[in-house]
Design a binder for this molecule. Structure first.
Ligand code: BEZ
Length: 177
């Protein structure tokens, strides 16, 4: 199937583990949205009876979400979209948004968002409770702790000041393993 090339905005594990072919990678920001650990993960960083928490985006006019935009070339576009639709089947839906790159360029991109009320939605909770849940959870893709720590490291590298992510990282109980 012929497809057009597209930009994909990564704001979670796509930042450090894109696992997709791309021809360009640029730091970018998404105005009007906040990143939150409010989506349950029953299939990657948790299990059906012990879900982890992963990020989704919440509309928030005053905020912005920092991440990375990937340019997916035409010859890979259909396969990449089919793969992401499958990987993100746990409540995420595709949206089209406008990004700003770090050099001030405007980019139209696809994002995956898990909306409030989807079947895997966990929603807000006290930060200490979210951190404790993340510290416990494990799934087929690895520990939920690793997901949070790698996200925090990647955001530091990007120069982002994401208070929600850094507060959760600071609240993680020490790793006894
Ligand atoms: C990501 O940016 O890693 C991402 C987050 C949620 C769904 C799909 C991708």
């Amino acid at each position: 199937m012929a497809s057009d090339p597209f930009w994909l905005f990564g704001y979670g594990s796509l930042i450090w583990k894109p696992d997709l072919p791309y021809s360009d990678r640029v730091p970018a920001r998404l105005p009007g949205w906040s990143r939150r650990f409010w989506q349950g993960s029953h299939d990657h960083r948790g299990l059906p009876d012990a879900p982890g928490r992963v990020v989704t985006l919440i509309e928030s006019a005053q905020d912005r979400c920092d991440g990375v935009a990937y340019r997916v070339p035409a010859d890979a576009a259909a396969t990449v979209l089919a793969g992401l639709d499958h990987r993100e089947k746990n409540g995420y839906e595709r949206h089209r948004v406008k990004l700003e790159t770090s050099s001030g360029e405007a980019l139209e991109a696809l994002i995956y968002v898990a909306a409030p009320g989807n079947f895997a939605w966990l929603g807000p909770a006290p930060l200490a409770a979210i951190a404790a849940q993340i510290a416990r959870a494990q799934g087929p893709s690895g520990s939920n702790r690793e997901y949070l720590q790698r996200l925090a490291e990647s955001l530091r590298t990007l120069g982002s000041d994401d208070d929600h992510v850094f507060a959760l990282e600071a609240l993680l109980p020490s790793d006894k393993t």
